[in-house]
Design a binder for this molecule. Sequence first.
Ligand code: GRF
Length: 219
Amino acid sequence: MSILRIGVLASGRGSNFQSIIDEIESKRLEAEIALLITDNPSAFATERAKKHGIEYLVIRPKEYSSRDDFFAKIAEELKKRDVGLVVLAGFMRIVGKPLIDAFPNRMMNIHPALLPAFPGLHGQRQALEYGVKISGCTVHFVDEGMDTGPIIIQAAVPVFQDDTEESLSERILRCEHKIYPEAIKLFSEGKIKVEGRMVRIKGYTPFDTHIVNPTIKER
Ligand code: GRF
């Protein structure tokens, strides 16, 4: 089987992008990052791409006459490079139909809450304000809704009484860096099957990724 080629879309810092790079470079994940696309020329993710010799493109929506054209251009660049999986890593836009249609069940996102709770922006702040005792992160396939696609993996973290948005975000982020590469690995090994809303994972044992050790190194 040929090696999975990944296209990453990021708008900012790119620590999830880094976690995928690290897993590939340390040979725990057999895949290749074919391209990074950003809509933000000052995204730190581009520095990471440069450092690791990964091609990147800046594609700005204002240079296209419509939202559909913008997403069609992204799809075109990804297809050109034979990308088999699109990974959204802090991409701050709702994905348009031309891109979704080009990669059905081949596009993932990570969200910093236990979906379907707290979709949209500031999932960590929403969780704190609501007063939940457990939150976490979710890797899901992307559909046309806002964080509504079929769920692949989730990891839970405790919410402490003295948590701030920052401390909770940091705890969740460490889990993100663990489960995102894991979901990609399962995909690359052909272990994921989508049946409607249900994502079936071959050999997956629930709970083995939950309550992740918070001592994983910073990225
Ligand atoms: C993460 O919290 C992720 O869950 C959300 O956006 C943030 C991106 O962080 N979708 P980074 O750019 O990967 O560091």
